[in-house]
Ligand binder design. Sequence first.
Ligand SMILES: Cc1ncc(COP(=O)(O)O)c(C=O)c1O
Length: 452
Amino acid sequence: MTDDRITQNAAAVAQRELSTLVERTPGSKALFARAVKTMPGGVASSFQLGDPYPIYLERGIGPEVWDVDGHRYYDFHNGFGTMAVGHANPIVAEAIEAAARNGVHFAVTVERTVALAEELCRRFKVDQVRFTNSGTESNMTAIRVARAATGRDVIAKIEGSYHGHVDQLMYSVLPGADVMGGRDTPAATPKSKGVPAEMAEWIRIVPFNDASAVERLFEAEGSKIAALIMEPVMMNIGIVVPQPGYLEAVRELCTKYGVVLIFDEVKCGGTIAPGGAAERFGVQPDLSSWAKSIGGGTAIGAFGGRAEIMDQINQGAAHQGTYNGNPLSVAAAYATLTRVLTDDAYDHLGRLGARLAAGLGKAIDEYGIPANVVDLGCKGCVTYRSEPLTCYRDFLETNTQLYEASYPWMVNRGVFMTPGDEEQWTLSIQHTDEVIDRYVDAFGEFCAALTT
Ligand SMILES: Cc1ncc(COP(=O)(O)O)c(C=O)c1O
């Protein structure tokens, strides 16, 4: 069947499935009507928005979640990647309970915070770390430290990437084709109203998987550039893996021009290998930032790297925060990293990811769907473009109508997905073959529906 015909079928599937979704979720609809009165969009964060309203959840245990209408789902959303431990993980729950009974917060460093810093340094092979409460804060502060270390102000980032909602990084985040500039001259366009266009003076944009673009930029302006911040694997346009040699070339260029290389490992740090992307791809940055899965679901972030760069914090680069390293989140993170996300856990996640990707790939081939699957163990996605993505501009060629049909289709069949085609699945260590096979079966039926 032609791609055009598949797209036409997708529009009909989307319409049908969306009306089924609305029929079966009156509780979410009612809660939305209540929530919009006190929160813009009826949600706590704009990433939680849904169309026509979000599916509101009530609880989760293991690989399952229940919505406010009582429907049970297998969870592949997993809190945008925070829940690699699985819901209500008994080890994490016990650690949180014990910490809560021992005094939730003192704003004084406790021994467990020191132990967690030691574990992060061991796992991610860095000299020193500091704690934050989110990925945004981690990146924001890593940039400040890099500027302090170099005495330079300009930051380079990858076209399309998201590094949190801090003003200075909200440029060229999923830009529309009309504002993204030319292929060789990507524009630093603010993503949000309220972000001053003038701050773009301190931002330069380069495409992913293009070391020669980095070289050209550094040749022209290297002496002004404090840092290149990048996700070593792009994880906010589905998933884009680095091509062989790319990260190594970027590493070399940063060293040559004295630019601090910052890996934003907020999504990949705790998920795709025990030591994150740095371990999986064998390239060590100067600074890294982590959040999401390292905390077992609690609000925690960290950044860290080479001692001489982190020492800037002793020499006048400000880093504060009342809740940094709080005992509650630290207890959850310490239990997560030392007792749950062990080497065996990554073997399990890798095996499940391969099973899922193989099942989905088989359906894609069998029905001739213009899509491809990326598998990084705990993380993976279906992208609706025949060829894998290499950079942000490829993402603009994906077939959004197929994604829009897939979301309600899967949710109506008990597979809970992230809203938005820029996201990906996260598996948890409590997922099983049975859970994976449910996804594969529902997806196979979806592919069949697109081609009949
Ligand atoms: C790569 C990346 N960096 C940073 C962030 C921001 O993290 P947080 O939402 O914890 O502030 C995100 C959030 O999705 C992310 O995906």
